[in-house]
Design a protein around this ligand. Structure first.
Ligand code: HEC
Length: 103
């Protein structure tokens, strides 16, 4: 049996973790200013208000709160339940009706 070198293994594991940690924190870097909403008029007053106050960033906070509320009520809900695309936030046919009770 050749003696293994656990300390070397540990050191390389740690450096891998460090690299991932740095990458993860860069991933959260934000662009300047909030991204404006896609549309100028919204069916839901709270969404409209969030758009004018803080663009899509503000809407996302509202949406997250809605998802949390849905989950708390035992629903299986996520962004994709109402948005067929999370890039341009295309709505599914149920989206407006489903969102209202969650706000
Ligand atoms: C229960 C349904 C529902 C869920 C779940 C949901 N959304 Fe939405 N979302 C909507 C509806 C409906 C609108 C548009 C409201 C309107 O037209 O008044 C919208 C609008 C948006 C917009 C504005 C898009 C634009 O036009 O610029 C963003 C951004 C957004 N949602 C992000 C999210 C994110 C992120 C999540 C997950 C955390 C999420 N939504 C979950 C229903 C939902």
């Amino acid at each position: 049996m050749t003696p293994s070198r656990p300390s070397l293994v540990l050191a390389s594991l740690l450096s891998v973790c460090a690299v991932f940690g740095v990458a993860a924190s860069f991933g959260h870097a934000r662009a300047d200013g909030p991204k404006p909403c896609n549309k100028t008029s919204y069916e839901i007053a709270q969404v409209q208000a969030a758009c004018s106050a803080g663009g899509q960033d503000a809407v996302k906070k509202l949406m997250k709160a809605a998802v949390d509320k849905g989950k708390a009520a035992g629903k299986e809900i996520k962004c994709a339940s109402c948005h067929s695309s999370l890039k341009d936030f295309t709505l599914t046919p149920n989206a407006v009706a489903d969102l209202r009770p969650l706000l």
